[in-house]
Design a protein around this ligand. Structure first.
Ligand SMILES: C[S@@+](CC[C@H](N)C(=O)[O-])C[C@H]1O[C@@H](n2cnc3c(N)ncnc32)[C@H](O)[C@@H]1O
Length: 334
């Protein structure tokens, strides 16, 4: 006997968890929660507006209703719930883009090779597709777009916490390294009216202008690779970048920041930390995601300190924020 019946059921649920991920992906892709925002609808009406087969969509809705994402009503209509609302496009911090990132046979194929990664230590995505995830997305604009939307949505719920937890008043210029759509930079610039900021990312990713037009006079957009050079600045924001890469590449990125940094400048690494028990499961599974997709890893404070030292920087302090992310402030080694 492996366990009690309830433990067995729990384990079984874990094993088949991919079915739920797949169902949520399709519901998000069909924008079911958006279509339910104004009230309940029949599966037929939803199928019409979402462009789906009515009977099959009904099966999907029924399955998602059993786990509380939607509610099946006695009159045969479906309504969204508090969980289902999280898949609406218009809610702050929407998880719709996250669910839509699974709309990628390339991702599922890479996850199918997690075992290969564990046996060999290799990055599953590259082993499966022959290129890294960034190069692959450059050739798949729709998936690139969803990935970027997802990063913005995930960053939107922590950007305020980062901006309020660090005092940027001593800096004049800041570069958001691998800043994508620039939301973190916008949040920091919004809080510090004296700051000038640059969002730096790959050409097919970088935001050309800020979402808020009033920040435009203090906003620069530069494209390029952080393995070649990063724009000069007093401060660098490096959020959710180092966890994408193996140690050697992290040191190259950090050395680039150190070279570009004005005297007395700072590198602010913003990451989850492995040694924060409150957030352990999320960070541990993010670590597996880094292994499978970009080929990086989550790290502890101590592991980041070692990387910084190898790049000629020292970890000056670690600032916990009211979010799952910490800020590691690095300065030039003495
Ligand atoms: C996990 S995302 C983080 C985005 C953003 N910092 C955030 O937290 O929302 C990683 C970012 O690194 C960028 N990136 C990947 N390789 C890069 C390179 N060689 N040079 C510059 N940016 C790169 C990606 O385009 C992506 O925007």
């Amino acid at each position: 006997m492996i366990a009690t019946m309830s433990e067995r059921a729990r384990l079984r649920e874990m094993i088949t968890g991919f079915r739920l991920s797949a169902a949520l992906n399709v519901a998000a892709d069909l924008a079911i929660s958006d279509h339910l925002a104004d009230g309940p609808r029949t599966p037929e009406a939803l199928a019409e507006v979402a462009g789906a087969d009515p009977d099959t969509l009904h099966r999907l809705l029924h399955a998602l209703a059993t786990v509380g994402v939607y509610e099946e009503r006695p009159d045969g209509t479906y309504a969204t719930t508090a969980l289902g609302d999280g898949l609406r496009s218009d809610v702050p911090g929407t998880l719709r883009p996250l669910a839509r990132t699974l709309n990628s046979p390339a991702l599922w194929a890479a996850y199918g090779n997690l075992g290969h990664s564990v046996r060999t230590g290799e990055n599953a995505f590259r082993a499966t597709h022959g290129v890294d995830a960034w190069t692959w997305r450059a050739g798949h604009p729709a998936e690139n777009e969803i990935f970027n939307q997802n990063m913005t949505a995930l960053t939107s719920v922590i950007a305020g916490a980062v901006a309020q937890s660090y005092d940027f008043s001593a800096l004049s210029t800041v570069v958001d390294v691998g800043g994508g759509q620039g939301l973190l930079l916008e949040t920091v610039l919004g809080r510090y009216p004296h700051l000038v900021g640059t969002v730096f990312d790959l050409d097919h990713v970088v935001a050309r202008r800020p979402a808020s037009a009033e920040l435009a006079p203090r906003w620069r957009s530069v494209s390029g690779s952080f393995f070649e050079r990063v724009p000069e600045a007093d401060g660098y924001l490096v959020k959710s970048i180092l966890h994408d890469w193996p140690d050697e590449e992290c040191v190259r990125i950090l050395k680039g920041c150190r070279r570009g940094m004005s005297p007395g400048g700072v590198v602010l690494v913003v990451e989850r930390l492995l040694d924060r028990p409150a957030d352990e499961a999320e960070t541990a599974f993010s670590d597996l995601n880094m292994l499978v997709m970009p080929g990086g890893r989550e790290r502890s404070e101590q592991q980041y300190a070692v990387l910084l030292e190898a790049a000629g920087l020292r970890l000056a302090r670690v600032i916990d924020t009211p979010s799952p992310m910490a800020i590691l402030e690095a300065r030039e080694s003495a």
